[in-house]
Design a protein around this ligand. Structure first.
Ligand code: ZN
Length: 353
Protein backbone atom coordinates (compact mmCIF):
# COMPACT_ATOMS: atom_id res chain seq x y z
CA UNK A 1 0.00 0.00 0.00
CA UNK A 2 1.25 3.53 -0.77
CA UNK A 3 3.23 4.94 2.06
CA UNK A 4 1.87 8.06 3.80
CA UNK A 5 -1.62 7.50 2.38
CA UNK A 6 -4.69 6.68 4.45
CA UNK A 7 -5.79 3.05 4.50
CA UNK A 8 -9.15 1.97 2.94
CA UNK A 9 -10.50 1.38 6.45
CA UNK A 10 -9.55 4.91 7.56
CA UNK A 11 -11.12 6.33 4.41
CA UNK A 12 -14.39 4.44 5.02
CA UNK A 13 -14.67 6.08 8.44
CA UNK A 14 -13.80 9.50 6.98
CA UNK A 15 -16.49 9.18 4.28
CA UNK A 16 -19.14 8.25 6.88
CA UNK A 17 -18.26 11.34 8.94
CA UNK A 18 -18.33 13.67 5.92
CA UNK A 19 -21.67 12.25 4.71
CA UNK A 20 -23.25 12.77 8.13
CA UNK A 21 -22.29 16.48 8.01
CA UNK A 22 -24.01 17.09 4.64
CA UNK A 23 -27.33 19.00 4.97
CA UNK A 24 -28.26 19.99 1.42
CA UNK A 25 -27.99 19.07 -2.26
CA UNK A 26 -24.98 21.33 -2.81
CA UNK A 27 -23.09 19.51 -0.05
CA UNK A 28 -24.13 16.18 -1.52
CA UNK A 29 -22.80 17.13 -4.94
CA UNK A 30 -19.47 18.25 -3.43
CA UNK A 31 -19.11 15.00 -1.50
CA UNK A 32 -19.95 12.88 -4.53
CA UNK A 33 -17.36 14.65 -6.73
CA UNK A 34 -14.65 14.47 -4.03
CA UNK A 35 -15.05 10.70 -3.68
CA UNK A 36 -16.20 9.35 -7.03
CA UNK A 37 -14.98 12.07 -9.45
CA UNK A 38 -13.41 10.52 -12.57
CA UNK A 39 -10.28 12.68 -12.50
CA UNK A 40 -9.59 13.76 -8.94
CA UNK A 41 -11.86 11.48 -6.94
CA UNK A 42 -10.41 9.67 -3.89
CA UNK A 43 -11.54 6.27 -5.22
CA UNK A 44 -9.74 6.99 -8.48
CA UNK A 45 -6.54 7.88 -6.59
CA UNK A 46 -6.80 4.67 -4.52
CA UNK A 47 -7.03 2.53 -7.68
CA UNK A 48 -4.12 4.45 -9.22
CA UNK A 49 -2.11 3.67 -6.05
CA UNK A 50 -2.30 -0.08 -6.85
CA UNK A 51 0.95 0.18 -8.81
CA UNK A 52 2.88 1.19 -5.69
CA UNK A 53 1.65 -1.82 -3.73
CA UNK A 54 3.93 -4.81 -3.41
CA UNK A 55 2.72 -7.64 -5.75
CA UNK A 56 1.94 -10.04 -2.89
CA UNK A 57 -0.27 -7.41 -1.19
CA UNK A 58 -2.16 -6.33 -4.29
CA UNK A 59 -5.03 -8.82 -3.95
CA UNK A 60 -5.77 -7.74 -0.40
CA UNK A 61 -5.43 -4.03 -1.32
CA UNK A 62 -7.80 -4.45 -4.28
CA UNK A 63 -10.44 -6.09 -2.08
CA UNK A 64 -10.16 -3.28 0.48
CA UNK A 65 -10.54 -0.60 -2.21
CA UNK A 66 -13.58 -2.45 -3.60
CA UNK A 67 -15.15 -2.53 -0.15
CA UNK A 68 -14.48 1.19 0.22
CA UNK A 69 -16.06 1.80 -3.19
CA UNK A 70 -19.21 -0.13 -2.20
CA UNK A 71 -19.37 1.72 1.12
CA UNK A 72 -19.13 5.09 -0.68
CA UNK A 73 -21.81 4.16 -3.23
CA UNK A 74 -24.21 2.84 -0.59
CA UNK A 75 -23.50 5.88 1.59
CA UNK A 76 -24.22 8.33 -1.25
CA UNK A 77 -27.51 6.56 -1.99
CA UNK A 78 -28.59 6.73 1.65
CA UNK A 79 -27.57 10.38 1.84
CA UNK A 80 -29.65 11.27 -1.27
CA UNK A 81 -32.66 9.57 0.29
CA UNK A 82 -32.20 11.39 3.60
CA UNK A 83 -32.00 14.79 1.84
CA UNK A 84 -35.17 14.07 -0.20
CA UNK A 85 -37.09 13.20 2.97
CA UNK A 86 -35.85 16.32 4.73
CA UNK A 87 -37.00 18.47 1.79
CA UNK A 88 -40.45 16.88 1.86
CA UNK A 89 -40.76 17.48 5.60
CA UNK A 90 -39.74 21.14 5.14
CA UNK A 91 -42.35 21.60 2.39
CA UNK A 92 -45.01 20.06 4.65
CA UNK A 93 -44.06 22.46 7.44
CA UNK A 94 -44.28 25.46 5.07
CA UNK A 95 -47.75 24.43 3.90
CA UNK A 96 -49.17 23.96 7.35
CA UNK A 97 -52.13 26.27 8.10
CA UNK A 98 -51.60 28.59 11.02
CA UNK A 99 -55.11 28.78 12.47
CA UNK A 100 -54.11 31.62 14.79
CA UNK A 101 -53.50 34.07 11.89
CA UNK A 102 -56.19 36.78 11.46
CA UNK A 103 -58.59 36.07 8.57
CA UNK A 104 -58.39 37.81 5.21
CA UNK A 105 -61.80 39.09 4.11
CA UNK A 106 -62.62 38.76 0.40
CA UNK A 107 -63.68 42.07 -1.17
CA UNK A 108 -67.45 41.78 -1.57
CA UNK A 109 -69.06 43.08 -4.73
CA UNK A 110 -72.04 45.42 -4.57
CA UNK A 111 -74.45 46.95 -7.04
CA UNK A 112 -73.13 49.91 -9.02
CA UNK A 113 -74.89 53.24 -8.21
CA UNK A 114 -76.15 53.46 -11.79
CA UNK A 115 -77.64 49.96 -11.52
CA UNK A 116 -79.32 50.82 -8.22
CA UNK A 117 -80.89 53.99 -9.62
CA UNK A 118 -81.89 52.22 -12.86
CA UNK A 119 -83.67 49.50 -10.93
CA UNK A 120 -85.43 52.00 -8.67
CA UNK A 121 -86.72 54.01 -11.65
CA UNK A 122 -87.82 50.88 -13.51
CA UNK A 123 -89.67 49.64 -10.41
CA UNK A 124 -91.54 52.97 -9.98
CA UNK A 125 -92.73 53.00 -13.62
CA UNK A 126 -93.54 49.29 -13.57
CA UNK A 127 -96.05 50.04 -10.80
CA UNK A 128 -97.61 52.69 -13.07
CA UNK A 129 -98.09 50.12 -15.83
CA UNK A 130 -95.03 50.87 -17.96
CA UNK A 131 -92.94 48.13 -19.58
CA UNK A 132 -89.23 48.25 -20.43
CA UNK A 133 -88.25 48.57 -24.13
CA UNK A 134 -84.73 48.23 -25.48
CA UNK A 135 -83.02 48.93 -28.78
CA UNK A 136 -79.64 48.94 -30.53
CA UNK A 137 -76.83 51.26 -29.41
CA UNK A 138 -75.57 51.51 -33.00
CA UNK A 139 -78.30 53.40 -34.81
CA UNK A 140 -79.01 55.03 -38.15
CA UNK A 141 -79.79 58.65 -38.91
CA UNK A 142 -83.48 57.91 -39.50
CA UNK A 143 -84.24 56.46 -36.06
CA UNK A 144 -81.87 58.71 -34.10
CA UNK A 145 -82.71 62.04 -35.83
CA UNK A 146 -84.99 62.17 -38.84
CA UNK A 147 -88.04 60.38 -37.42
CA UNK A 148 -87.65 62.51 -34.29
CA UNK A 149 -88.15 65.69 -36.29
CA UNK A 150 -84.51 66.85 -36.10
CA UNK A 151 -83.98 69.32 -38.98
CA UNK A 152 -81.00 68.49 -41.18
CA UNK A 153 -79.11 71.55 -39.91
CA UNK A 154 -79.80 70.83 -36.21
CA UNK A 155 -76.58 71.28 -34.19
CA UNK A 156 -77.09 67.93 -32.41
CA UNK A 157 -76.30 66.17 -35.69
CA UNK A 158 -72.92 67.89 -35.80
CA UNK A 159 -69.85 65.71 -35.30
CA UNK A 160 -69.19 67.81 -32.16
CA UNK A 161 -71.90 65.79 -30.43
CA UNK A 162 -72.49 62.61 -32.42
CA UNK A 163 -70.07 59.73 -32.89
CA UNK A 164 -70.44 58.70 -36.53
CA UNK A 165 -69.15 55.33 -37.72
CA UNK A 166 -67.42 54.84 -41.07
CA UNK A 167 -70.41 52.87 -42.33
CA UNK A 168 -72.60 55.97 -41.96
CA UNK A 169 -74.21 54.51 -38.85
CA UNK A 170 -73.87 56.32 -35.53
CA UNK A 171 -73.85 55.68 -31.80
CA UNK A 172 -77.26 56.70 -30.51
CA UNK A 173 -77.18 60.10 -28.79
CA UNK A 174 -80.33 59.37 -26.77
CA UNK A 175 -82.68 56.43 -26.20
CA UNK A 176 -85.41 58.19 -28.23
CA UNK A 177 -84.87 55.88 -31.24
CA UNK A 178 -86.25 53.09 -29.04
CA UNK A 179 -89.49 55.11 -28.83
CA UNK A 180 -89.58 55.38 -32.63
CA UNK A 181 -88.90 51.65 -33.05
CA UNK A 182 -91.59 50.80 -30.50
CA UNK A 183 -94.18 53.01 -32.18
CA UNK A 184 -93.31 51.64 -35.65
CA UNK A 185 -93.47 48.01 -34.43
CA UNK A 186 -96.57 48.47 -32.25
CA UNK A 187 -99.41 46.01 -32.48
CA UNK A 188 -101.72 47.98 -30.24
CA UNK A 189 -102.30 51.31 -28.51
CA UNK A 190 -101.95 52.70 -25.90
CA UNK A 191 -98.18 52.55 -25.49
CA UNK A 192 -96.53 52.98 -22.11
CA UNK A 193 -92.81 52.27 -22.13
CA UNK A 194 -89.59 53.33 -20.53
CA UNK A 195 -86.32 52.94 -22.44
CA UNK A 196 -83.21 52.60 -20.29
CA UNK A 197 -79.77 52.30 -21.85
CA UNK A 198 -76.33 53.62 -22.72
CA UNK A 199 -76.07 56.66 -24.98
CA UNK A 200 -73.04 58.40 -26.51
CA UNK A 201 -72.03 62.01 -27.09
CA UNK A 202 -68.71 63.63 -27.79
CA UNK A 203 -68.61 65.45 -24.47
CA UNK A 204 -66.18 65.06 -21.58
CA UNK A 205 -65.96 67.11 -18.37
CA UNK A 206 -66.89 66.92 -14.68
CA UNK A 207 -70.58 66.48 -15.47
CA UNK A 208 -70.41 64.85 -18.91
CA UNK A 209 -69.01 61.52 -20.01
CA UNK A 210 -68.82 60.33 -23.66
CA UNK A 211 -70.94 57.36 -22.55
CA UNK A 212 -73.76 57.85 -20.09
CA UNK A 213 -77.07 56.30 -19.08
CA UNK A 214 -80.50 57.59 -19.96
CA UNK A 215 -84.03 56.54 -19.22
CA UNK A 216 -86.74 57.88 -21.48
CA UNK A 217 -90.43 57.32 -21.17
CA UNK A 218 -93.26 57.42 -23.69
CA UNK A 219 -97.02 57.25 -23.31
CA UNK A 220 -99.34 57.37 -26.32
CA UNK A 221 -103.12 57.02 -26.07
CA UNK A 222 -106.33 58.87 -26.78
CA UNK A 223 -106.80 62.03 -24.74
CA UNK A 224 -103.40 62.27 -23.03
CA UNK A 225 -102.80 65.84 -21.80
CA UNK A 226 -100.06 67.99 -20.31
CA UNK A 227 -101.79 67.40 -16.97
CA UNK A 228 -101.15 63.64 -17.32
CA UNK A 229 -97.49 64.37 -18.04
CA UNK A 230 -97.10 66.65 -15.02
CA UNK A 231 -98.96 64.27 -12.70
CA UNK A 232 -96.92 61.28 -13.84
CA UNK A 233 -93.60 63.09 -13.38
CA UNK A 234 -94.59 64.46 -9.95
CA UNK A 235 -95.58 60.99 -8.77
CA UNK A 236 -92.31 59.61 -10.11
CA UNK A 237 -90.13 62.32 -8.54
CA UNK A 238 -91.86 62.01 -5.17
CA UNK A 239 -91.15 58.27 -5.19
CA UNK A 240 -87.57 58.63 -6.40
CA UNK A 241 -86.54 61.42 -4.00
CA UNK A 242 -89.07 62.29 -1.29
CA UNK A 243 -92.75 63.20 -1.05
CA UNK A 244 -91.97 66.82 -0.15
CA UNK A 245 -89.73 67.44 -3.18
CA UNK A 246 -90.91 70.50 -5.07
CA UNK A 247 -91.39 70.16 -8.86
CA UNK A 248 -91.56 72.94 -11.46
CA UNK A 249 -91.72 72.95 -15.24
CA UNK A 250 -89.90 75.55 -17.33
CA UNK A 251 -90.71 76.03 -21.04
CA UNK A 252 -87.97 74.63 -23.27
CA UNK A 253 -87.45 73.26 -26.76
CA UNK A 254 -86.87 69.75 -28.13
CA UNK A 255 -87.42 68.89 -31.79
CA UNK A 256 -89.58 65.86 -31.00
CA UNK A 257 -91.95 67.43 -28.43
CA UNK A 258 -94.31 70.40 -28.56
CA UNK A 259 -94.72 72.02 -26.09
CA UNK A 260 -91.50 71.08 -24.31
CA UNK A 261 -90.33 71.69 -20.75
CA UNK A 262 -87.37 71.23 -18.44
CA UNK A 263 -88.26 69.83 -15.04
CA UNK A 264 -86.57 71.20 -11.92
CA UNK A 265 -86.79 69.72 -8.43
CA UNK A 266 -86.04 71.42 -5.15
CA UNK A 267 -82.42 70.74 -4.23
CA UNK A 268 -82.29 67.62 -2.00
CA UNK A 269 -79.18 68.96 -0.23
CA UNK A 270 -80.59 72.29 1.05
CA UNK A 271 -84.29 71.43 0.86
CA UNK A 272 -84.77 74.22 -1.68
CA UNK A 273 -83.55 76.97 0.63
CA UNK A 274 -80.33 77.58 -1.28
CA UNK A 275 -78.47 77.80 2.01
CA UNK A 276 -75.90 75.24 3.05
CA UNK A 277 -77.13 73.09 5.93
CA UNK A 278 -73.61 72.72 7.26
CA UNK A 279 -72.57 75.93 9.00
CA UNK A 280 -74.50 78.43 6.87
CA UNK A 281 -73.36 79.97 3.58
CA UNK A 282 -74.69 79.12 0.14
CA UNK A 283 -75.54 75.57 -1.00
CA UNK A 284 -72.78 74.57 -3.41
CA UNK A 285 -74.76 71.75 -5.00
CA UNK A 286 -77.53 73.93 -6.49
CA UNK A 287 -75.40 77.13 -6.58
CA UNK A 288 -77.78 78.68 -3.99
CA UNK A 289 -80.73 78.61 -6.40
CA UNK A 290 -82.60 75.95 -4.42
CA UNK A 291 -83.48 74.13 -7.67
CA UNK A 292 -81.86 71.41 -9.78
CA UNK A 293 -82.64 70.51 -13.36
CA UNK A 294 -83.50 66.82 -13.45
CA UNK A 295 -85.24 65.92 -16.72
CA UNK A 296 -86.67 67.10 -20.01
CA UNK A 297 -90.17 66.36 -21.26
CA UNK A 298 -93.00 67.41 -23.52
CA UNK A 299 -96.01 66.37 -25.56
CA UNK A 300 -94.98 64.21 -28.51
CA UNK A 301 -94.86 66.39 -31.62
CA UNK A 302 -97.78 65.46 -33.96
CA UNK A 303 -95.26 65.13 -36.81
CA UNK A 304 -93.40 62.39 -34.89
CA UNK A 305 -96.66 60.49 -34.30
CA UNK A 306 -97.60 60.83 -37.98
CA UNK A 307 -94.13 59.65 -39.04
CA UNK A 308 -94.77 56.47 -37.05
CA UNK A 309 -98.19 55.96 -38.61
CA UNK A 310 -100.20 57.11 -35.58
CA UNK A 311 -103.03 59.54 -36.34
CA UNK A 312 -102.27 62.72 -34.34
CA UNK A 313 -105.90 63.85 -34.67
CA UNK A 314 -106.94 60.89 -32.49
CA UNK A 315 -103.91 60.12 -30.37
CA UNK A 316 -101.67 62.27 -28.24
CA UNK A 317 -98.70 61.34 -26.10
CA UNK A 318 -96.00 62.59 -23.80
CA UNK A 319 -92.31 61.77 -23.57
CA UNK A 320 -89.64 62.47 -20.99
CA UNK A 321 -85.99 61.66 -20.45
CA UNK A 322 -83.50 61.86 -17.64
CA UNK A 323 -79.84 61.10 -17.02
CA UNK A 324 -79.44 58.13 -14.68
CA UNK A 325 -75.84 59.06 -13.87
CA UNK A 326 -76.96 62.53 -12.78
CA UNK A 327 -79.56 61.06 -10.42
CA UNK A 328 -76.90 58.71 -8.99
CA UNK A 329 -74.52 61.66 -8.51
CA UNK A 330 -77.24 63.64 -6.69
CA UNK A 331 -78.31 60.71 -4.54
CA UNK A 332 -74.82 59.64 -3.48
CA UNK A 333 -73.12 63.04 -3.54
CA UNK A 334 -70.65 62.05 -6.27
CA UNK A 335 -68.97 65.22 -7.60
CA UNK A 336 -67.46 63.88 -10.85
CA UNK A 337 -69.30 61.68 -13.36
CA UNK A 338 -66.07 59.91 -14.31
CA UNK A 339 -65.89 58.43 -10.81
CA UNK A 340 -68.86 56.29 -11.81
CA UNK A 341 -66.83 54.56 -14.52
CA UNK A 342 -63.38 54.19 -12.93
CA UNK A 343 -64.19 50.86 -11.24
CA UNK A 344 -62.77 52.09 -7.95
CA UNK A 345 -63.92 49.65 -5.28
CA UNK A 346 -63.90 52.46 -2.68
CA UNK A 347 -66.75 54.23 -4.48
CA UNK A 348 -68.87 51.07 -4.49
CA UNK A 349 -68.20 50.53 -0.78
CA UNK A 350 -69.76 53.94 -0.01
CA UNK A 351 -72.95 53.12 -1.87
CA UNK A 352 -75.64 51.61 0.30
CA UNK A 353 -78.51 50.60 -1.96
ZN1 ZN B 1 -79.05 73.27 -2.72
Amino acid sequence: MPSGAASPAELTARFAAEAAAVSDRLGYEGLRLAWTGRKKGILRAMLAGMKDVAPQDRREYGQAVNELKRAVETGLEALAQRLAEEEKAAARRAATLDVTLPGRRPALGSLHPVTVVNRDIEAIFAEMGYSVAEGPEVEDDYHNFEALNFPHDHPARDTQDTFFLNSGALLRTHTSPVQIRTMLARTELPIRIICPGKVYRNDNDLRHSPMFHQIEGLAVAEGITVGDLKGTLEAFIHRLFSADTGVRLRPSFFPFTEPSAEVDITCPFCGGSGASLQGGGACGVCSATGWMEILGCGMVDPRVLAECGIDPDIYTGFAFGLGVDRVAMIRYGIPNIRMLFENDERLLRQVQP
